[in-house]
Design a binder for this molecule. Structure first.
Ligand code: SAH
Length: 218
């Protein structure tokens, strides 16, 4: 599969640059994150019919009832994840389109990403390959269990919202590691950071957000 990585018209570099300026205006400070987002073609992660909207600051459908996250949220979560310095091993729960994975990949040694819908995982892999990203490992599974075989992780990011934070996830963090996760009901969710400090967990509640639900396999 060949992708138009450069883009034209509504997917051109000028359109992308406008989005980056908007994210800056909305309070994203990490210029390294903004630069990776400026360079990463979000339009290849959405359906061709929606490509012209791919540099709007909005979530878009990616099929199977799922969405690609809003750019502001991707920037915000990436910034939060990297706030304590560089990370070696990161677990992502909810690969979806693979866009958030692609934004994180340049900042970490290895990303372990888990998705429960096979075609989404397959498409994400193809796109990462097209972008030359080679530090991503994939698992088709219920990510509420984390990925115990590769634990512990320096950080975990969840891009689907459980009603309550699964206990398995913070257990797979290194001491001092952080989990960024939205949680709550369909109508009201909160983005939280959970930091592991020895045997205790410190939770900081941040913005109100809107994510698709984290589906637990029975
Ligand atoms: N970061 C992604 C967001 C995708 S939406 C992007 O930018 O495209 C969240 C994804 O989480 C969906 O693809 C959904 O299928 C997946 N998901 C939901 N519950 C899950 C679970 N228990 N385990 C793994 N993935 C899950």
């Amino acid at each position: 599969m060949n992708y138009d990585l450069n883009g034209i018209g509504m997917t051109s570099q000028r359109t992308r640059d406008r989005l980056i300026q908007r994210l800056r205006d909305e309070g994203i400070h990490d210029e390294d994150v903004l630069e990776v987002m400026r360079q990463t073609p979000r339009h290849i992660f959405v359906d061709e019919a929606l490509a012209s909207r791919s540099y709007e600051d909005t979530a878009l459908p990616i099929g199977h009832g799922q969405t690609i996250s809003q750019p502001y949220i991707v920037a915000r979560m990436t910034e939060l994840l990297l706030a304590n310095g560089p990370l070696k091993r990161v677990l992502e729960v909810g690969t979806g389109s693979g866009y958030q994975t692609a934004i994180l990949a340049p900042f970490v040694e290895q990303i372990f990403t888990v998705e429960r819908i096979a075609p989404l995982l397959e498409q994400a892999k193809q796109k990462h390959r097209a972008l030359g990203l080679t530090n991503i490992r994939y698992l088709l599974s219920d990510g509420s269990w984390g990925w115990p075989r590769h634990a512990p992780f320096d950080a975990i990011i969840a891009t689907a919202a459980p009603e309550e934070i699964p206990v398995e996830l913070p257990q797979q963090l290194v001491d001092g590691g952080r989990l960024i996760i939205p949680h709550g009901t369909n109508t009201q969710q909160r983005l939280s950071v959970v930091e592991r400090d020895g045997e205790s967990l410190n939770q900081t509640d941040l913005d109100m957000v809107s994510f698709v639900p984290l589906v637990r396999e029975k």
